[in-house]
Write a protein that binds this ligand. Structure first.
Ligand code: GAL
Length: 423
């Protein structure tokens, strides 16, 4: 009875807030909103910066009196941005809205710390629960409230290649690790750098390795690594590390000096064979007007969608409230998502976008998203808390130079213990 009453109260609260927001959304368009809007992200590379700008352009048309401040901190996967954001948030100087990965990164880092405002009423007033997947809404939720607006769905587990390079060498994308090494040898014999890597920022090897874990353990056991159901000390994790070590022996010698997008030039120029990277790489290729790229799931990843979603929330103390509510409303709308995702390389978080404006890669991804087994990405904040994913990232970055399987496996286990998930 008690619970019921509480629920009714919550629902009534949501309905009232929804009415208030509904009238905001209807009445606040155009010239009535002014001031500034500071948006914080790490989108500075080709494709991602274009997608953000495309959204700003639409916003600016709708709200011509708002001055947009594009607060970006360069560094893929938020390597540098997250630290800057933390300093600002803890120092009481939040941006109006910031990029944050759906899942643990949002909930563990910001929501549980009481730093965010609930956006449930915005979701209800805009009808988003009906046009966004339940699984996605679930990972944006905590204690019955929804905490951020997802703007995309990205796929992390992809192997990119240059179609001409593969055709000239008579190769097809490898579906097994053995086939990967066969292709790698054939590429090497032709003077092409087989395994393209740019791990200057410290996260990229961890990104590639999560796909090796998936390809070695399969989706259920991979998921179990993050819930305590799969042991980090088991033989399959050792096997994955061994495979990755072998892959690294085929990497370009300048890998430590390149970022992910600088490394992508190896694919574009035909000097490189295969790069494992998320589908923001498709956005980067598009920004370079390069269309002759191919893609495939990395070895053992067929039928599995390693997922992450970029979202934006409303930090407590955001200064420009009307402008930021208008921003969040645009982000979740069909117009917003159909503007942002084509240049970004991702697909809509909404289920009702029209496929026609999207590239062949993205149309393939839409089909995969609807039919694959979904697993969460660790490097991109979905699978584990920020502390855990940072320890994981650092262990794999060290592994690139040490090649020490046993020590790395112990570090990965320790990260799980530190997170309170393993004993
Ligand atoms: C991811 C982010 C993507 C893309 C990528 C490279 O963490 O979710 O949107 O920006 O980093 O910077």
């Amino acid at each position: 009875m008690k619970i019921r009453g509480a629920r009714v109260l919550v629902l009534a609260g949501i309905a009232i807030a929804a009415l208030a927001l509904g009238s905001f959304a209807a009445g606040a368009s155009g010239a009535t909103v002014s001031g500034k809007l500071e948006i914080f992200s790490w989108w500075t590379a080709g494709g991602e910066a274009d997608a953000l700008q495309a959204l700003f352009n639409v916003y600016q048309k709708q709200y011509p009196n708002v001055k947009i401040i594009n607060a970006t901190v360069a560094g893929g996967a938020g390597t540098n941005a997250k630290a800057v954001l933390k300093t600002r948030m803890l120092g009481g100087d939040p941006p109006d809205s910031f990029q944050v990965h759906a899942g643990h990164e949002l909930i563990d880092t910001w929501v549980k710390a009481g730093k965010m405002e609930s956006l449930t009423s915005l979701f209800v007033s805009q009808g988003w629960p009906k046009v966004m997947p339940h699984g996605l809404i679930d990972i944006l939720s905590y204690q019955g409230q929804i905490w951020s607006v997802p703007v995309d769905i990205h796929r992390a587990n992809l192997l990119w290649y240059n179609k001409k390079v593969f055709a000239d060498a008579g190769l097809t994308p490898p579906t097994t690790f053995e086939a990967f090494f066969k292709d790698a040898n054939a590429l090497k014999a032709k003077g092409i750098s087989p395994f393209v890597l740019g791990d200057k920022e410290g996260w990229e090897a961890g990104h590639a390795f999560e796909t090796v874990l998936i390809g070695t353990l399969g989706p259920a056991s991979y998921r179990g690594l993050w819930t305590g159901h799969t042991s980090w000390m088991g033989p399959k994790v050792a096997q994955a590390l061994g495979t990755f070590k072998r892959m690294l022996s085929y990497a370009n010698s300048d890998h430590a000096a390149l970022t992910w997008d600088e490394a992508a030039q190896y694919i574009q120029s035909g000097k490189g064979g295969m790069q494992i990277m998320g589908d923001w790489e498709a956005g980067w290729f598009t920004s370079k007007s390069f269309t002759d790229y191919g893609w495939a799931p990395p070895p053992g990843n067929q039928g599995i969608y390693d997922t992450l979603s970029d979202s934006f929330g409303l930090p407590k103390g955001a200064k420009d409230r009307a402008a930021v509510m208008a921003w969040l409303t645009l982000l979740g709308s069909r117009t917003g998502q159909q503007t942002f995702n084509p240049p970004k390389g991702s697909i809509c978080a909404r289920t009702d976008c029209s496929a026609t404006a999207f590239s062949p890669y993205q149309q393939w991804a839409m089909h995969q998203w609807a039919t694959n087994t979904i697993v969460p990405s660790v490097i991109h904040g979905a699978a584990a808390s920020e502390g855990w994913s940072t320890e994981y990232k650092d262990a794999i970055a060290l592994f690139v130079t040490s090649g020490d399987v046993a020590a790395t496996q112990k570090s990965l286990q320790k990260a799980c213990v530190d997170a309170g998930v393993c004993k």
